[in-house]
Design a protein around this ligand. Structure first.
Ligand code: FAD
Ligand code: MLT
Ligand code: ZN
Length: 486
């Protein structure tokens, strides 16, 4: 696969269908009658045929489609009517949330119609007694969390893209983020979903209970299926109580061995109040601080940094625990320096460093991004191996991520897309991960960029079953083609 990013003369990447020699599927061509049909259905304002770059180009500006039509339905019925028409006409469709996905899953590859969930953005209810919220799929995660916080709850999911990503996109990718160590992933928090199938049928799998063993748990099929089985329009989510006391420790360490010891100590000693455990290596850290001068770090100059957060209900008890944890770690020589704060402004400042790490890499230059699960003892070794393999060809080879979930974000930066580096890192990273029985996609999904590598983490029989399920849900393969399955 050859993939180029925008040349310096043009801010736009080349069309992916051309760079990657993608054979267009046997779909109908959109015509004027289709557009008129959609205009009658949604109203002219919600049918876009011009200025579509923002919908055609992925967040990393790496994948570019050539859609001529963006549809913005305002209700589940409208989503159903759109899909019914597309299915009858054999028009391909890509569901799109906030377009923050990092595997090229949310944009067209050829000329698929973009079905944007932007207008389905309401929080329908938040019940402070049950903790259950009902929300439309296009609601921005941060807005949803604010509504939950208004009644003392919080959404059990937090990630750097929260100001743009949609809760429906989060569910469709089974997004992880920085609180999985505390709340688990969305398969546990999502109680029910409403999804529209390719045929236009509305599948109501909404549930208001944690316990519901009435047959197959079909909702799980829509959590992480990346818009290939149906369009999620609504969901119910179990929201925990927002913690009264939040503390963050930001610490510097000399070796990965010390990182592991500190993680074990955090689990043992912070136990029930531990709510996040993130790692940043010095190259990722330095790059972020260099790129964003507004970032303020309390410490600098260490090979590794850990951000450890506690969330509890008793400020005195929680502070005592985290301070003890730090001083014990320092006494043992595992933690070299660090700071602990419960001041909300300072807590945010520290989180900002972690959140800006991926953006600094993406904004600065071209970045090959890998999102893998590895056994903890082998978590960081691959970063050193890859650094060696790429040598001076790469500008930065760094690692950071959700240490508490064994999820490493491995990044290789270079000025522009570089075929030489590409060949050195792929499929090497996937082979390496597979040999350690890791996952080649821990939280971002498969999308377009990883579909050729699915077999490194799924056996052929499982992949055949995935294909059969896809055929059953979407016999004409109109939903998000060219993604996930080859
Ligand atoms: P999109 O990017 O629009 O779509 C993603 C996929 O879901 C596509 O395949 C699309 O077709 C499908 N889809 C979207 N909405 C629907 C729907 N309603 N029904 C059916 N299919 C749909 N991810 C993590 O897991 N953890 C992180 O910590 C994290 N941090 C990030 C930080 C930054 C700075 C950025 C840019 C991204 C990060 N991501 C992270 C990746 C991304 O934000 C998540 O994958 C997110 O869940 C995508 O949501 P979205 O609304 O932007 O979906
Ligand atoms: C993160 O944890 O920062 C995100 O998943 C984005 C990334 O992998 O860079
Ligand atoms: Zn992540």
């Amino acid at each position: 696969m050859v993939r180029t990013l925008a040349s310096s003369a043009s801010p736009l990447p080349d069309f992916t269908q051309i760079t990657d020699k993608v054979q267009r599927g046997n779909y109908a061509q959109l015509n004027d009658k289709d557009v008129v049909h959609f205009e009658q259905l949604l109203g002219k304002n919600h049918v876009l045929t011009e200025d579509l770059d923002a919908y055609n180009i992925c967040f990393q500006k790496r994948i570019r489609g050539n859609s001529k039509l963006v549809l913005k339905p305002g209700s589940t019925d409208e989503v159903a009517a759109i899909l019914r028409h597309c299915n009858e006409r054999r028009l391909a469709v890509v569901p799109q949330g906030g377009n923050t996905g990092l595997v090229g899953g949310s944009v067209p590859i050829c000329d698929e119609i973009v079905l944007s969930l932007q207008r389905l953005n309401k929080v329908l209810s938040v019940d402070e007694v049950t903790g259950i919220a009902i929300v439309e799929a296009g609601c921005i995660l941060e807005n949803f969390d604010q509504r939950a916080r208004d009644v003392g709850l919080t959404v059990p999911l937090d990630l750097g893209a929260k100001a743009s990503c949609h809760i429906g996109g989060n569910v469709s990718t089974n997004a992880g983020g920085v609180r999985v160590v505390r709340y688990g992933n969305l398969h546990g928090s999502v109680l029910g979903v409403e999804a529209v199938l390719a045929s236009g049928q509305v599948l109501d799998l909404m549930s208001n209970f944690k316990k519901d063993n009435t047959g197959y748990h079909m909702k799980h099929l829509f959590i992480g299926s990346e818009g290939t089985l149906g369009v999620v329009t609504k969901l119910s989510m179990l929201c925990p109580h927002a913690s009264k006391s939040v503390n963050v420790a930001f610490i510097g360490l000399n070796s990965f061995d010390d990182v592991l010891k500190t993680f074990v100590s955090a689990k043992r000693n912070l136990g029930e109040i531990l709510s996040s455990c993130e790692l940043i290596d010095h190259l990722a850290f330095d790059n972020a601080l260099d790129h964003y001068k507004f970032l303020k770090s309390p410490i600098t100059g260490y090979p590794f940094y850990m951000l450890i957060e506690t969330s509890g209900s008793n400020a005195t008890h929680d502070e005592e625990k985290i301070n003890q944890f730090i001083s014990d770690g320092m006494e043992r020589g595992e933690i070299i320096d660090g700071t602990v704060t419960g001041d909300p402004g300072k807590v945010q400042e520290i989180w900002k460093i972690r959140e800006m790490v991926p953006l600094a890499l993406i904004e600065k230059s071209f970045c090959f991004k890998y999102d893998i699960s590895l056994p903890l003892r082998d978590f960081y070794g691959i970063v050193d191996v890859l650094r060696e393999r790429c040598g001076p060809l790469a500008t930065i080879v760094c690692g950071y991520g959700h240490l508490g979930d064994s999820n490493l974000h491995l990044n290789v930066s270079c000025e522009h897309f570089n075929e030489d580096i590409y060949k050195r890192v792929e499929p090497f990273v996937y082979e390496y991960t597979s040999q350690l029985k890791g996952s080649i996609s821990a939280e971002h999904g498969i999308g377009f960029l990883k579909k050729n590598y699915l077999h490194y983490s799924k056996n052929p029989i499982a992949i055949d079953w995935m294909r059969d399920m896809k055929k059953m849900f979407d016999p004409n393969a109109i939903l998000n083609p060219y993604k996930m399955l080859n």
